[in-house]
Structure formats: structure tokens, C-alpha cells
Design a protein around this ligand. Structure first.
Ligand code: SAM
Length: 270
């Protein structure tokens, strides 16, 4: 008999994955190895949780919906060691979570989740804030968001999200998932993406706040040239001194060029 009785809650983005093929594909993509610290965001009714738990023996989950906490604990009996954190994931300090675990002290966590789509971007940026504590992430998201995350210069969907994520992570779109794989089906197509944070020495951004500002302003005025879009941040001469064309548009720039420009500006005298 199922432990889960409450109907899906729309306000918590509850679309439960029911198609076994995609569940297996996610577990295969994560490919847990002995000693890995797996943390799932939004386990829901356990579609991904229990296959991972059966395979790995232990798992930590973070779930906001109080109606799911006891059923998750009950359903885990005899399957493996499930730690349930009843909290809003945005309030969970991943660095502390990685450091706190008694058994695997200080080991980086591996995040997994079929995310609530209404707060997927805040969750992504929250995880990036704790990038040093995170080894990798496997997330189900709206396909449209994954396309934007993985896009490169020249693509119509290359934008702020692409640059901000690719500046800090390797982003790989793995596979698409149709609405019919969920209950209830979402209105949009979904996709699974892998994010691997770059070692901090490889990120190469001297002033993260300035970098974010440059990227935001550059794409804020997508159709404008860099010279015009970045008026509040720098002059055309500064852009030229950084080796870029002031009449180029943000969508034509490589991620490395955004980094280079922001670092050049950060090094200018105040
Ligand atoms: N993993 C399950 C599956 O694949 O069937 C459920 C996925 S469902 C799309 C998203 C889950 O995230 C729901 O269980 C929902 O209750 C949970 N959730 C929503 N907002 C949350 C938050 N702020 N913090 C933690 N979990 C949240």
C-alpha cells in the first residue's frame, strides 16, 4: 500500500515522475559511487529517492512539504539510511551540510533533484553560492531553461543565465523528458542537466559582483552594442582597451571574454 496519500500541490511545483525509464536514466546519469554524499532536493513521493537509496544505501533529502515527511521516512524502512531534512532548500546551508556530516567529514555533496520549476533559478544560484561544497548537480528543469543554461554565443537563447552558469560550471544537457512522464503532467517539456562546478582556481573572476553587473547590463539591453549597454559600468575606450569591440553585442561574446572584460575593469584605478 502506498504511504503517499496527499494529492499533488501546485504551489510547491509537485509534478511526480512516474515513467520508470526516465527514473533509471537519472540514476544512471548520477552513477553513485561508494562514499558519495548524495543529497536530493524535493524528493516528493520518492520517485528518484528510493531507486537511489536502494542502489547507494544512504541518502539525504530536503523536502518542504510537511505532508511528505512521515511517508518518506516510513517508506524508507528496510530500504536504506534516509535522512530527511524538513526545510525550504533555499534556507539550507550546503557548506554546513557538507562539513557537518559525521561519517564523511568535509566531503563534497552531490546534488540531485527534479526541481520545483517555480523556484529553479533561485535554487541554482543558491547551490552556486556554495559551489566549493558541491561536487556536481543533476537537475530536472524546464527544457527551455536547460537550453538557455547550455547555450553558447550566437544562439538565440544565449543570455545572462548561460554566462552566469558557464562562468562557474561545466554545463551539459543530458536528455529531454516529455510531460507524459509526470503525474500530473507539467505544461512544458523538461530536460535533465549536469552541472559540475569549476575548481575555484579555474573560475578566474577577480570581482564576482562586478562580473555579475557586467553580464546583467550587457544582456539587459540585448539589442544594444556593448558601448551603450554598459554605459553605467565603463566607457567604449575601456572595452576597447580590454581587447573587445565596443560595437559588438553581448550575445556574440564568449564566456571567457566576459570574464576578461570584468577583470580588466576590476583592475582599473578607481
Ligand atoms: N522528486 C519527486 C519526483 O521526481 O517525482 C518530486 C519532484 S516535484 C517536481 C518537486 C518537489 O520539490 C516536491 O516534492 C515539492 O514539495 C518540493 N519542493 C517545493 N518547493 C520546495 C522548497 N522550497 N524546498 C524543498 N523542497 C521543495
Amino acid at each position: 500500500m502506498s504511504h503517499f496519500k496527499a494529492p499533488p500541490k501546485k504551489n510547491l511545483g509537485q509534478h511526480f515522475l512516474t515513467d520508470r525509464r526516465y527514473i533509471d536514466m537519472i540514476v544512471l546519469a548520477v552513477d553513485p559511487q561508494p562514499g558519495d554524499r548524495l543529497v536530493e532536493i524535493g524528493p516528493g513521493q520518492g520517485a528518484i529517492t528510493f531507486p537511489l537509496l536502494r542502489r547507494h544505501g544512504e541518502l539525504t533529502v530536503i523536502e518542504f512539504d510537511r505532508d511528505l515527511i512521515t511517508p518518506l521516512m516510513e517508506a524508507s524502512e528496510g530500504v536504506g539510511r534516509l535522512t530527511v531534512i524538513h526545510k525550504d532548500v533555499l534556507q539550507v546551508d550546503f557548506s554546513k551540510l557538507a562539513a557537518d556530516d559525521g561519517q564523511h567529514h568535509g566531503r563534497q555533496i552531490r546534488l540531485v533533484g527534479n526541481l520545483p520549476y517555480n523556484i529553479s533559478s533561485p535554487i541554482l544560484f543558491h547551490a552556486l553560492e556554495h559551489a566549493a561544497a558541491v561536487r556536481d548537480m543533476h537537475f530536472m528543469l524546464q527544457k527551455e531553461v536547460v537550453d538557455r543554461m547550455a547555450a553558447g554565443p550566437g544562439s538565440k537563447v544565449f543570455g545572462r543565465l548561460s554566462v552566469m552558469l558557464q562562468a562557474y560550471c561545466t554545463v551539459t544537457s543530458l536528455f529531454d523528458v516529455p510531460p507524459g512522464a509526470f503525474r500530473p503532467p507539467p505544461k512544458v517539456d523538461s530536460a535533465v542537466v549536469r552541472l559540475v562546478p569549476l575548481p575555484s582556481a579555474e573560475v578566474g573572476i577577480s570581482d564576482p559582483a562586478l562580473f555579475e553587473r557586467v553580464v546583467r547590463d550587457a544582456f539587459g539591453q540585448r539589442r544594444k552594442t556593448l558601448r551603450n549597454a554598459l554605459q553605467q559600468v565603463c566607457s567604449g575606450a575601456d572595452i576597447e582597451a580590454a581587447g573587445l569591440r565596443p560595437d559588438a553585442r553581448a550575445e556574440q561574446l564568449e564566456v571567457a571574454e566576459f570574464k576578461h572584460l570584468a577583470n580588466h575593469l576590476a583592475a582599473l584605478p578607481p
